[in-house]
Write a protein that binds this ligand. Structure first.
Ligand code: SF4
Length: 488
């Protein structure tokens, strides 16, 4: 406060003006200080909370939840309908009774993402997921993505990939001006021989028969980049059952140079629509699936260096190809690599690298100042990477292409339901199977927002417990104009 005698007259007005300028300057300096922090303070608080909530068994050196990320996110109750049929299908059987409605989708996405921003700070990866995302009109799809961006999310659209270039272009470009609406699009395409009704191949007899469709999916995005400069990140999703487990290695070999940046495998679970449970999904272990992925990758995949949640749910291996050689970023058996990762997490924490160059440089400088040894350790690590890739000459001849391998193992509804109900009562089960399910739910890395109940729900609990009722409510709210038979 200025003493009242000072703000009388011209001198007083000038002083008030100077005060406003100084205050504006301080505000801008404060904004700049926050913008150049490696982590936004809201994210720092969310990471701390997440770490504190995690069960003790996952608080390991490799754990990234609560240190680098608060977890991935997905939408629910937005557009549950799909026009293909999968066995299994994780959606409740009521899902196909719900009309796809753009206004509802945008409103719900906006609400859910606002809640996630509030709970988890900015910068999280969020999946625009429901039934089939491309059943949304392109403008409605774009509006949903914009809502996600508005709340600081990095959206990925989850699709079966059976759509045309015209749809992709209409999504990416403003229909009035022809200008691009996005500089970058991220999609996951789900392709496997357990899906029925794809145009051109209603029923694939093998995974190999789907390769041209996988290729076509990647080529659409490559064309979009060529014609409009819109870059992309593509993930490939595949459900693994006893029918196609022996084809996993072949799928990896076929897909690793197609243009995907992530190959993700989901061992099938008994969840969702019971009419679509066709096989003995527990006939093999997740280790066996991982082995098949490694066979296809051409090398061991080091998933124990970076853990996201519980190892029984998630395995992730980061690396790159130089020609046909896969080079893991961090080897489990090299303590020097693991120390570099320790340094990286200590220095950068949850830092978002997808920011303008100037901001990136300032954040990096501040991150390195927190852990200066990362410079020396990082340079040595890069030397080791180049050596493992076959030397600098080999890397020049075959520039590295990043590829991440993921396995995400959903749980069976018959375990999730009692586990979730007991957790709600604050009780840990004595039954080892249900207790293991509870531990995994507590360490979940993939959450969905329920702003009305002020809570985040693991996707397993969403699909096993909450989806059926939610879809019944949606079927009343958004009934189909005419009855559409469920895909066979
Ligand atoms: S609890 Fe379910 S949704 Fe969460 S990480 Fe584990 S498998 Fe995924």
């Amino acid at each position: 406060m200025w003493p009242s005698r000072l703000i009388r007259g011209r001198a007083g007005r000038e002083l008030v003006g100077v005060h406003a300028v100084v205050r504006g300057l301080i505000d801008r300096l404060r904004d700049l200080e926050v913008a150049t922090r490696p982590e936004h303070p809201d994210l720092t608080a969310a990471l701390q909370r997440r770490w504190e909530e995690l069960p003790a068994h996952v608080k390991t050196r490799a754990q990234m939840l609560g240190r680098r990320t608060a977890g991935c996110e997905g939408t629910h109750g937005v557009f549950p309908r799909c026009n293909l049929a999968c066995t299994p299908c994780y959606h409740a059987k009521e899902a196909n009774r719900v009309r796809v409605d753009g206004a509802h989708t945008e409103h719900e996405v906006d609400r859910q993402m606002a809640y996630l921003r509030d709970q988890r700070g900015p910068g999280a990866n969020a999946q625009l997921i429901g039934g089939e995302v491309t059943l949304l009109e392109p403008d409605d799809h774009a509006a949903a993505l914009r809502a996600m961006h508005r709340h600081g999310r990095k959206p990925m659209s989850m699709s079966h990939g059976d759509f045309d270039y015209e749809y992709l272009e209409a999504l990416a470009l403003d229909p009035r001006t022809g200008e691009r609406r996005f500089d970058f699009l991220s999609f996951a395409g789900h392709f496997d021989s357990m899906m029925f009704g794809r145009r051109g191949i209603k029923r694939a007899r093998s995974e190999a028969e789907l390769n041209p469709y996988r290729e076509r999916f990647c080529q659409m995005f490559q064309r979009l980049e060529r014609e409009h400069g819109i870059k992309h990140f593509l993930a490939h999703n595949m459900t693994v059952t006893p029918s196609n487990i022996d084809e996993v290695a072949q799928v990896v070999r076929a897909c690793r140079h197609m243009g995907f940046s992530m190959l993700s495998f989901q061992p099938a679970a008994f969840v969702g629509n019971r009419n679509r449970w066709k096989d003995e999904y527990r006939a093999f272990s997740t280790d066996e699936v991982w082995q098949r992925i490694e066979e296809g990758a051409g090398d061991r995949l080091h998933f124990r260096t970076v853990q996201i949640g519980d190892e029984r749910c998630n395995r992730t291996a980061y690396g790159f190809y130089s020609a046909d050689r896969y080079v893991p970023l961090i080897r489990e058996d090299d303590e020097r690599d693991r120390r570099v990762l320790d340094d990286f997490v200590a220095a950068f924490g949850g830092m978002d690298f997808a920011v303008p160059k100037g901001v990136l440089a300032a954040r990096t400088a501040r991150a390195v100042a927190r852990r200066p040894q990362i410079l020396a350790h990082g340079v040595a690590w890069m030397g080791r990477l180049a050596g493992r890739a076959g030397g600098v000459g080999h890397l020049r001849a075959h520039p590295p292409k990043a590829l991440t391998y993921v396995m995400h193992s959903f749980m069976d509804a018959r375990d999730v339901r009692p586990a979730w109900e007991l957790l709600g009562q604050g009780i840990m089960s004595d039954d080892p199977r249900i207790r293991a399910t509870q531990e995994r739910l507590q360490a979940c890395s993939y959450a969905m927002a329920h702003p009305d109940d002020d809570r985040l729900v693991p996707a397993c609990a969403q699909h096993s417990v909450l989806d059926p009722e939610e879809n019944l409510r949606l079927a009343e709210l958004l009934p189909l104009e005419r009855s559409v038979p469920e895909p066979a």
